[in-house]
Design a binder for this molecule. Structure first.
Ligand SMILES: [Zn+2]
Length: 334
């Protein structure tokens, strides 16, 4: 991704208590706690294991066998929780020709209120990694980019969030956890200026489906998470994000005593949240786009496990869960 990301959240305790609830999807299996007690914490060690597993697949650009292996891993992990992931396949038209892509999502239904279904909160992570074959430096075009932070860390957290939500007995909002393909540009530069958007393929596809089906009307907020494994985690204050949602997460961090981790730059960031903003869904990007000295590890072969930390996943997990409590309130108020 590039300078543009977003985040969503749900009411803290509600989130922890809500996941198993409504019949269509009862979370179960090894990963689910089944009771709200102790369900609240995101287990950074479990998330770290998801990060390692993805990196072990090697570079995972859209259309690759490793991307398919990653999808299968995500689906298997969700099924282990008793969830029923849905695969959303499509062919993306890119500057390098058609590329087969697929999103994976799962819904955790909230309690119906009378004849009305619960409002939806969308949480998004991209699992593809940046392709290097169009790198400006020919010597880099065959480099192995592992995306431990950019792709794996956020996807790891989203998988672990699914487990946490599964331990919640009842929810007031429906969570859709969406793992998108094709966030990264196919060409080296993230360029929207040539008459063809070359990025956010998966989120744009999903947003178009939400609009086409009418389901988008029930989606009241979207939280995108990206690049959250940096050993020096400081989330940026993205100017493209919905201000209220951003404030919710910054206040959540302060409430957790983690204000130093949301003290990042105020900059406009381009990321998957834009796709949902474009169809009128308030969206926020939770991202630390300052990775390594002068951001020198971002989109380079330095984006490795050694430059991520389990402590950062733990910190981010606290901010995310606390913030989601606030976002659930935001969703219910719209
Ligand atoms: Zn990226």
């Amino acid at each position: 991704m590039l300078r543009s990301k977003r985040l969503w959240s749900l009411p803290p305790l509600l989130a922890l208590v809500a996941c198993a609830a409504v019949p269509p999807i009862a979370c179960s299996g090894e990963g689910a706690a089944g009771s709200s007690s102790a369900a609240g914490d995101l287990d950074a060690a479990r998330a770290w294991a998801h990060l390692e597993a993805q990196v072990a697949f090697g570079p995972r650009p859209s259309g690759s066998a490793a991307a398919e292996a990653t999808r299968a891993y995500i689906e298997a992990a969700l099924k282990d929780m008793g969830l029923q992931p849905v695969r959303e396949s499509f062919t993306a038209s890119t500057p390098r020709g058609p590329v087969q892509m697929a999103n994976v999502y799962v819904d955790l239904p909230g309690r119906e209120r009378g004849a009305e279904s619960a409002p939806m909160l969308l949480v998004v992570s991209h699992y593809d990694t940046k392709r290097f074959d169009d790198h400006w430096d020919p010597a880099q075009q065959t480099a192995r980019f592992l995306g431990a932070n950019d792709g794996a860390s956020n996807t790891a957290v989203l998988l672990e969030l699914a487990r946490v939500l599964c331990a919640v007995e009842e929810r007031d909002v429906t969570y859709r956890l969406l793992f998108v393909d094709g966030e990264e540009a196919v060409l080296w530069n993230w360029d929207d200026a040539r008459g063809q958007v070359d990025n956010r393929y998966g989120s744009r596809h999903h947003a178009a489906e939400l609009r086409r089906s009418g389901r988008g009307r029930s989606v009241k907020a979207c939280v995108v998470i990206d690049l959250v494994g940096d050993e020096d985690l400081v989330l940026d204050d993205d100017m493209n994000s919905d201000r209220t949602l951003m404030r919710i997460f910054r206040e959540a961090a302060r409430a957790e005593g983690l204000a130093a981790h949301v003290n990042g730059r105020r900059i406009p960031i381009k990321d998957d949240h834009q796709s949902f903003m474009e169809i009128g869904i308030p969206s926020v990007d939770l991202i630390d786009l300052d990775y390594g000295p002068d951001n020198s590890w971002w989109h380079t072969t330095e984006d490795t496990i050694e430059h991520c930390s389990v402590e950062s996943l733990e910190v981010f997990g606290k901010i995310l869960l606390r913030g989601l409590e606030g976002v659930e309130g935001f969703v219910l108020g719209r």
